[in-house]
Design a protein around this ligand. Structure first.
Ligand SMILES: [Zn+2]
Length: 479
């Protein structure tokens, strides 16, 4: 007898969306069959008629339970929301796996990370999430500053242990990894079949514009896009792509923000270089014009929102295939903290958005732009799973995969209010946004964790997931 059968839903597989049944046993999908064909004597049968059955969302970029720097918060010892709150919000938003970060994130100037090995740091982050997560979780490892040879010597073992992706920044004070060190990191990660996750901005342009705007008295927060600007993205993306080509490493650009970034990625992919791009869902809606509204920097995440043409290029990239994933850069704090800093150097980064990504993307792409359902599954789950090494365990509805599913009801129309949302925040930039279609049930490894607007999971449900990137993803643009 099966544990669970989901009957007569519109099931979205990699190839098609077709009416069907999904059979689940021991947390795994064991059958995808024609509608009504699976036995009805399962322990539980869910009638999904009229609903869309998608692979559970994968959030490839979140910052949960980390210190908020004092120059953003205006006070010390504040943390971004804890994993209980973040993964609860994720579960309500149809997300079943969250990829956060471990490692050397140094946001306070002059701060030094603990002198831990990569695996010690991974253990520490796992213990923060263990018994505190409603969804599964994994961690990119952040390498910062002048990466020591001992750290580079740990990369092979880290990949062996299932880390798979390494995050670097090309700007942000102590976080910035100089190009020489990047050369060594890229080569080592390529050698051991990992992938680089890159926050690419041109540090010289960023610093030059910061100084210039301060000097000229234009350092208000609504000018962030002049600091973290289009030229910076153009230069930085192209330099990273060039370095990646020399070292034969695959690159995942987090938060692509400008038409120049999309173009750089597209050109690299045309040359069959394994380069992948992510877009955050706030960049698909807002622009730098929104910064000027009262409290407008609430929409800000770094690098910076740009112009309408850039927003349209990101949307076109996701529709057409130049970009691969949607993400949030979730970093949830209260509104007074998000709005405390009001200059180009102090506006708090991050987005309270882990819950809204799927319904917003569904509205923008499925409803407004008629994106095919398999492509929607790709940009919300499958591509992140493939690029970041969770596939085929995660990100796909197929026999043998984890039974991570989200049921979306396309008939639900919901204009978002704070009462609809479940993070540990007292605001959302998505209040007032009308979602057409909404997640109504979330299933993690065969267990219903959200149902009928109620949390049915437990914070001990989430497990750490070991990752390994497929050879095809590392060799050429595989998605
Ligand atoms: Zn981030």
């Amino acid at each position: 007898m099966l544990d669970l059968v989901i009957r007569r839903g519109l099931v979205v597989t990699a190839q098609e969306a077709a009416a069907g049944d999904v059979g689940i046993q021991d947390g795994k999908i064991v059958a995808v069959a024609s509608p009504g064909s699976l036995p009805s004597d399962a322990a539980r049968v869910i009638d999904a008629e009229g609903k869309i059955v998608l692979p559970g969302g994968i959030e490839p970029h979140a910052h949960i339970a980390i210190p908020v720097p004092e120059y953003w918060a205006g006070r010390p010892e504040l943390m971004s929301q804890p994993p209980e709150a973040a993964t609860r919000a994720a579960a309500f938003g149809g997300v079943t796996t969250v990829i956060d970060f471990a490692g050397d994130l140094i946001l306070e100037p002059g701060a030094k990370p603990p002198d831990w090995s990569i695996l010690e740091s991974l253990d520490s982050r796992r213990s923060v999430f263990r018994d505190h997560a409603y969804t599964d979780f994994a961690f990119h490892y952040i390498l910062a500053g002048k990466v020591a040879p001992t750290r580079i010597g740990q990369l092979a073992e880290a990949i062996q242990e299932g880390i798979a992706s390494f995050k670097i920044f090309t700007t942000f004070n102590e976080l910035r990894v100089p190009y020489g060190h990047l050369w060594a990191v890229f080569a080592e990660v390529a050698k051991h079949s990992g992938i680089m996750a890159v926050h690419a901005e041109d540090d010289d342009i960023v610093n030059y514009m910061t100084d210039k705007l301060i000097r000229e008295g234009h350092d208000q927060g609504h000018n962030l896009h002049l600091v973290h600007n289009n030229l910076s993205e153009d230069l930085a993306f192209r330099q990273i792509i060039r370095l990646a080509r020399h070292t034969e490493v695959a690159v995942y650009f987090v938060h692509t923000t400008a038409r120049e970034g999309v173009a750089a990625i597209a050109e690299a992919r045309q040359r069959t270089q394994p380069v992948y791009g992510e877009a955050l869902h706030n960049y698909l809606q807002f622009t730098c014009e929104d910064y000027k509204k009262p409290g407008g920097t609430a929409v800000h995440t770094y690098p910076a929102l740009k112009y309408a043409e850039d927003r349209d290029a990101l949307i076109a990239g996701l529709l057409g295939g130049d970009l691969c994933t949607t993400a949030t850069d979730d970093f949830t704090v209260h509104k007074d903290v998000k709005l405390w800093g009001n200059t180009i150097q102090t506006v708090c980064g991050g987005h309270n958005g882990i819950e809204t990504r799927l319904p917003v993307a569904f509205t923008k792409f499925l409803v407004e732009r008629r994106m095919p359902l398999p492509r929607f599954a790709a940009i919300t789950a499958t591509n992140a799973a493939r690029i970041l090494g969770l596939y085929p365990q995660k990100g796909v509805i197929a026999p043998g995969s984890d039974a991570d599913l989200v049921l979306v009801d396309p008939r639900v129309t919901k204009t978002l209010t704070l009462d609809d949302l479940h993070s540990a925040a007292d605001y959302s930039i998505w209040e007032g946004f009308t979602c057409r279609g909404y997640p109504v049930m979330t299933i993690l490894r065969g267990k219903v964790i959200v149902e009928s607007g109620k949390l049915a999971g437990s914070p001990s449900d989430g497990r750490w997931v070991r990752r390994k990137v497929g050879a095809d993803v590392l060799a050429r643009p595989a998605v």
